[in-house]
Design a protein around this ligand. Sequence first.
Ligand SMILES: [Fe+2]
Length: 321
Amino acid sequence: MHSSPRTASDRCSINSDFQPPVAQAGATKDLTRSRFEVWCCYASAISRAADRRVVGPFHGPTQVIPSVNRWHTHLRYQMNKTLDPLTRREAIRRTALLAAVAAFGSRLAVASGAESPGAFALPPLGYAFDALEPYIDAQTMQIHHDKHHAAYVANLNKALTEAPSLSGKPLESILRDLDAVPEPIRTAVRNNGGGHANHSFFWPQLKRNQGHGPSGELARAIDSRFGDFAGFQRQFTEAATKQFGSGWAWLTISADKQLAIESTPNQDTPLSKGRTPLFGIDVWEHAYYLKYQNRRPEYIAAFYNVVDWGVVADRFQKAAG
Ligand SMILES: [Fe+2]
């Protein structure tokens, strides 16, 4: 049976809610998959490079930047609109132009904080929504980042309008000392500040890893504490599986450099217990239900394929060094 040609938006799902007017323009008539994917890679790489220069693990008042997804959308629109007549020389010229635009946009937003109505801002995901397929699906990533995480940021900013004493204070400091938060907004800050911190911590540690586990000093520390990596996985999986209801499982390190596996309910963070997270899995249903429904153990098993152990190792070095 003959299948109809796919559109450009079918071929690259960086942002699945974007519907460029390619059909009217006829721009995809002779579009080849390879050329389009090269453009997708250019766009993703440009956006990530621009944003990595300014993004920290937690986004405070001096680290406000725009969502990289706005840039993905803009870049992809340009790709779809103009790809058909594209020559190699023109592709290089346009890539350089887009890189400059993306970099300028990031610097501008850092300076102005124009993207956020409050002190904190939604950080960019940093990669395409479908980058973790097939282990975590693109729609889940989009809703998780653009809706759930964004809601935590908005609600945190709203709560903090009632606490001028916390203005300018880093989020990590707030969460490490929740007793200092005024009682009327303490629960809101605990839940939404925790949600913002946990998700800001979550996105950068994710990358398809082709089955690779930790290495170097982190691997030796895990082996020393849990017997071997398989032993760590068994204990971590158990903690994530048994977390009742919504919450997180963590690999943490204490002030005296001891690794531990623990879980927290809701959006509570190990920071509030004086421990430093190195790696965490979100076991709220919003993190997996579209693909795995009630099969949380399948999601947890798949999750080991998308851990960027290099990021975890950097966190370990910083905390243990
Ligand atoms: Fe989540």
